[in-house]
Design a protein around this ligand. Structure first.
Ligand SMILES: Cc1cc2nc3c(=O)[nH]c(=O)nc-3n(C[C@H](O)[C@H](O)[C@H](O)COP(=O)(O)OP(=O)(O)OC[C@H]3O[C@@H](n4cnc5c(N)ncnc54)[C@H](O)[C@@H]3O)c2cc1C
Length: 377
């Protein structure tokens, strides 16, 4: 086995590392301008083209650094390029790709993926958004989507709706590309969140929103299959968010443990603190290994790629919560204060076990595959 990065991969990581100090941590929800500036800085190094160009290992290296510098900027960028952009890139027409992906690559626009509804998150069959076909071939959409990341800033939405409920989710769901300014599109006030407050989220309401047949992504009825085709990259992206936050917690805690003294010596030299640093370091390294393993497997189109990505998301998202908890304990009272970096990272970490497949759903997916794979002779 060879863990050595190629020269190109080393360059990608070093370019992102150089840019990272210029990426401001968009901690609170007032950061729309900072977020926009961050995205245009990322465009200057072609960051969004990595995932869209399917340079998955390169994406991992850059994304880890970005998520470490600013989890909110990472999450917003990921919601534009990975959640919204990947399906468009994979299944869209040349015209759709040009119209919707160019602004994202140039750092001039935001995209948003709208799957979740108030009564349907893990179980997409519970969606109620409907797209009815008219005699002229256009579609009229009605429904309400929740927790849509980037919604307050998005120029376009990728919306999953039923086109034929009787056909079931495998054949009856369709993705539509809908402009943010289209008639019948309403965006709620931004929803307040526990963490990632710099990545704005809101509800999207569609009221008799009529779209031309060209708004369909691929073929009507293919939506659910398209969704499952991009989930490995989304799980990988959430793993990278977790890995970045984990690294940030580990590095900050290690520095703090060297600076902070008690009973006449740096706290890191007490076994109770040093042991925490050791666990954090080990878990960060394991998180990086499992994530890069999944990235490699996606890039190589291995048959196990989706399972390995699910494993990466499951492990890294649980690890980051453990690591953030240890970081809080090392910083103690100084971490618990509102506005401290550790307090923000602790809140930011929590989403990883929830978004785009909860830990419970990842376990169910991995277990089902194992039960199918390992059979008695
Ligand atoms: C900050 C944030 C940003 C988000 N961004 C987006 C976005 O941009 N676009 C988008 O479409 N969505 C987005 N989401 C939604 C997110 O993906 C969902 O919250 C997630 O899929 C879980 O759905 P739910 O919250 O409805 O939980 P539910 O599905 O209601 O689950 C509730 C609990 O039940 C458990 N559960 C459910 N079914 C099972 C089962 N079969 N076995 C075991 N346990 C089960 C779950 O694991 C969970 O613990 C975002 C959410 C947040 C909080």
């Amino acid at each position: 086995m060879n863990y050595e990065l190629t020269d190109k991969q080393k360059e990608i990581r070093s370019i992102m590392k150089k840019l990272a100090p210029e990426i401001n941590a968009v901690a609170e929800d007032a950061g729309a301008e900072t977020l926009k500036n961050n995205l245009s800085k990322l465009a200057s190094i072609n960051y969004q083209s990595l995932v869209l160009g399917e340079d998955i290992v390169g994406y991992c290296l850059a994304a880890e650094e970005l998520a470490k510098a600013c989890p909110s900027t990472f999450f917003s960028a990921m919601s534009s390029a990975a959640a919204f952009g990947l399906p468009v890139n994979k299944f869209g027409t040349t015209k759709q790709k040009k119209k919707y992906l160019d602004p994202i690559i140039k750092g001039e626009g935001f995209g948003a993926l709208a799957l979740t509804e108030a009564a349907a998150g893990s179980d997409l069959a519970g969606l109620t958004t409907m797209a009815g076909k008219t005699e002229t071939g256009s579609f009229i959409l009605n429904g309400s989507k929740s927790f849509v990341t980037n919604a307050p800033l998005a120029g376009a939405f990728l919306v999953l709706a039923w086109t034929d409920k009787e056909a079931g989710k495998e054949k009856g769901m369709t993705f539509f590309l809908i402009d943010g300014k289209a008639k019948g599109v309403k965006i709620s006030a931004a929803t307040e969140t526990m963490g990632l407050r710099g990545a704005p989220i809101a509800d999207l309401q569609l009221v008799d929103c009529e779209v031309a047949p060209e708004a369909v992504l691929g073929t009507p009825g293919d939506g659910y299959g398209q969704w499952t085709a991009i989930t490995p990259l989304l799980w990988l992206s959430v793993s990278l968010l977790a890995l970045g936050i984990s690294g940030s917690c580990m590095e900050d805690s290690t520095l703090y443990a060297k600076e902070r003294t008690a009973f006449g010596k740096p706290i890191g030299y007490f076994e109770g603190v040093g042991a925490k640093l050791a666990i954090m370091f080990t878990m960060v390294d394991l998180s990086r290994m499992i994530t890069q393993r999944a990235a490699w497997s996606i890039e190589q189109r291995e048959t196990d790629a989706s399972i390995l990505s699910a494993c990466a998301k499951l492990f890294t998202s649980e690890a980051v919560n453990k690591i953030a908890d240890l970081a809080m304990q090392i910083h103690a009272g100084h971490g618990y204060i509102k506005g401290s970096k550790v307090e923000r990272l602790y809140r930011d970490a929590r989403i990883a076990e929830i978004v785009y497949g909860t830990s419970e759903m990842q376990r169910a997916f991995i277990a089902a595959d194992s039960l199918n794979k390992f059979k008695a002779e």
